[in-house]
Write a protein that binds this ligand. Sequence first.
Ligand code: IMP
Length: 191
Amino acid sequence: MSGTEHPIHLSDDPRIGNILLTEEQLTSRIAELGAQITEDYAGRNPLLVCVLRGAYAFATDLCFAINLPIELDFIAVSSYGATTRTSGVVRLVKDLDVDLTDRDVILVEDIVDTGLTLRYLRRSLEARGPASLEVCTLLAREAADLEGLGVRYVGFTIGGDFVVGYGLDANEKYRNLRYLAVFDSSDTEVR
Ligand code: IMP
């Protein structure tokens, strides 16, 4: 099958490989992250900044798991060209609507891979004078320098496989899987 053809039903797609994280595993870990954030930010109303598009599913469930009066805004960046691996360039596609001055900001990411996107976002958000800025990512590669990048909350650490589902895409598809699966990218170039 070429990279542009898709089976009628998503669940029949042969490129979706092993399930890396089930819906139950995701739900239970996100409940823990939400409880931790609720404890850490007691008495405050943090602003969650969801990095579009990959973090939308995670940010939605994380919000429900936090028992605080939070606010939510969205930022969109594109770190790669349309089909190639990494271009090494991060571009702001959609900026925030909310002013970050004196806010407790939690940046919500889908996956920290090389850390390029996060470094760019950190620099951009820190320049806007927040009271605090922490990062919460659903996934991080084993090789990622989480301490250096200042990542406080991590859902799961994973290996080098390209993964799809639960918001994460391969060429804009597969975001609507309820679980995370390894994606067979051998016959198609993915970002
Ligand atoms: P970084 O800038 O190299 O850390 O890349 C982060 C971005 O690359 C993520 O926000 C994702 O959009 C994308 N990405 C990296 N690995 C994967 C993957 O396995 N599946 C889907 N997207 C990925």
